[in-house]
Write a protein that binds this ligand. Structure first.
Ligand SMILES: [Zn+2]
Length: 118
């Protein structure tokens, strides 16, 4: 099964598997599939509770990077947190593409943009 990243809009590359292509316009569902391809079997063996502990550890690393304003590490820690979050979604059989739809139009609580919940 091939996974394509952000190249659907370029007809020349359409349908080709380009693992080293520059990622652009990566969609969350594609990212989730890639994380599954890379790690799902390992994460499944570890189980959701163990995987959740890894996620919390990564959030702790992100907190440190934010506190220190460690610019070099911020990008890395944000991407690690997102990867662990989507793998937890996969283990919970949650499709992130579907799950985030409630935020696409407006704030899901007050139904305005920007949010006016206060
Ligand atoms: Zn709101």
């Amino acid at each position: 099964m091939s996974v394509r990243f952000g190249i659907q809009d370029n007809s020349f590359f359409k349908g080709y598997y380009l693992p080293c292509a520059k990622w652009r316009n990566v969609q969350i569902g594609e990212f989730q599939k890639q994380i599954e391809t890379l790690y799902f079997e390992r994460d499944k063996k570890r189980g959701i509770e163990g995987t959740f502990r890894w996620f919390v550890e990564e959030v702790g690393e992100l907190a440190r990077a934010i506190r220190k304003q460690d610019r070099e590490n911020l990008e890395l820690e944000f991407s690690d947190c997102l990867a662990w979050l989507v793998t937890l979604a996969s283990l919970s059989k949650i499709d992130m593409e579907q799950a985030i739809k409630r935020y696409i139009k407006n704030c899901p609580k007050c139904n305005t943009t920007p949010c006016s919940c206060g």
